[in-house]
Design a protein around this ligand. Structure first.
Ligand code: MEV
Length: 396
């Protein structure tokens, strides 16, 4: 077990195309966001394990000795396997949730306990440690906040337990793990996502692990050679929703109307492929017509997602408000509220962007301009903490 404090971060994501279809084996195109989740792991010898999640008001402490008793059901896993319902039931007992405990808190605590016990089970004794996780990402808005949480936990626990070497060398401000290390982080983060979402495709944790832009299909990850330099408006409708319920709803619709829904999924697949082709072309020889194609793809996909039943009145409003200014939007992530993206084409005048942001704010939405394609999970030196992290962790 390492004795030093670890500080890791991982990005959120937006799905350009392919949400929901990706759960059924189709292609998704996803890019990392320049909004991140940060985790600080501090080893101790006080016989306690602490979890502090200031964004959602969680502060919990367990006796290592108590968790050690439970450890038996996690021992001997060897392989990285999906969490079983029995394991999750045991974790619920140990977590001792109050009756009125919020779902977000339940899932965050269960995921932590699951990853802590599974990853640390190879240690002679379970380690004492304190973990603080803080995020710039809104929770449950479709921006991959749960995946960034699982990726940070997996990376920090695997490193602290010396399952993967700490890549940060003296004098480095920031560093990343080897490809092999990232593979292992991603595998464990996927199990964390399973605790939270039931049956996720794995695209969210893959983007958070590798960063940049990638094509994802059935667990196969292909980074785009040149991540697109797209500028987008990211809008949070603030309408809460559950990814798990929306994914289940699409599955139910597919079972009920296979002849109708399967072609919609196939069409979304074709949209993702066409988008990938155009992005490749843009990287090689940019031309204004390419943006017109990207805009048409956005409109078609938004209609398809509505046909799958994952639209929402707030997302329709987002599309109307931006369309009135000649801009094209679609939901991103699971839909049913949550977030949408609007493509900002080059040459757009500043007043037009500001007016659009103003119009969206007056609908009650949070809206911010961002670029995409930042680095995946990283480990930082304490000295390199920039203002945004120092402020958040320092004030805890
Ligand atoms: C959620 O960000 C994306 C979905 O496709 C679910 C998944 O891929 O697991 C809706």
């Amino acid at each position: 077990m390492l004795s030093e404090v670890l500080l890791v971060s991982a990005p959120g994501k937006v799905i350009l195309h392919g949400e929901h279809a990706v759960v059924h084996g189709k292609v998704a195109l996803a890019v990392s966001l320049n909004l991140r989740t940060f985790l600080q792991l501090e080893p101790h010898s006080n016989g306690k394990v602490g979890l502090h999640l200031p964004n959602i008001g969680v502060k919990r402490v367990w006796d290592v000795a108590r968790l050690q008793l439970l450890d038996a059901s996690f021992l001997g896993q060897g392989d990285i396997t999906a969490p079983t319902p029995e394991q999750v039931e045991k974790l619920k007992e140990v977590a001792c949730f109050p009756e009125d405990c919020a779902v977000t808190e339940r899932l965050a605590v269960l995921t932590f306990l699951y990853l802590y016990l599974s990853i640390c089970q190879k240690q002679r004794a379970l380690p004492s440690l304190d973990i603080v996780v803080w995020s710039e990402l809104p929770t449950g808005a479709g921006l991959g906040s749960s995946a960034a949480y699982s990726v940070c936990l997996a990376a920090a626990l695997l490193t602290a337990c010396e399952e993967i070497p700490n890549p940060l060398k003296d004098g480095d401000d920031v560093s990343r793990w080897t490809e092999q290390g990232l593979e292992l982080i991603n595998k464990w983060a996927f199990q964390g996502e399973r605790v939270i979402h039931g049956n996720p495709s794995g695209v969210d944790n893959a983007v958070s692990t590798w960063g940049g832009a990638l094509r994802y299909q059935q667990g196969k990850i292909s980074p785009l050679k040149r991540p697109p330099a797209l500028q987008i408006l990211l809008t949070n409708t603030k309408v809460p929703r559950s990814t798990r319920a929306l994914v289940a709803g699409v599955r139910a619709r597919l079972v009920q109307f296979p002849e109708i829904v399967a072609p919609v999924l196939t069409s979304i697949d074709a949209i993702s492929l066409e988008c990938e082709r155009v992005l490749g072309e843009m990287a090689a020889a940019p031309a204004p017509e390419q943006y017109l194609v990207l805009e048409e793809l956005i409109d078609m996909n938004q209609h398809h997602l509505n046909a799958l039943g994952v639209g929402h009145a707030s997302l329709d409003q987002l599309c109307r408000v931006t369309m009135a200014r000649g801009l094209h939007s679609k939901l991103t992530g699971a839909g049913g509220g949550g977030c949408g993206i609007t493509l900002l084409k080059p040459g757009l005048e500043r007043p037009e962007v500001e007016a659009t942001k103003q119009a969206l704010a007056s609908c009650g939405f949070d809206c911010w301009e961002t670029s995409v394609g930042g680095p995946g999970v990283s480990v930082h030196s304490a000295a390199s903490l920039d203002g945004r992290v120092r402020q958040a962790l320092g004030g805890l």
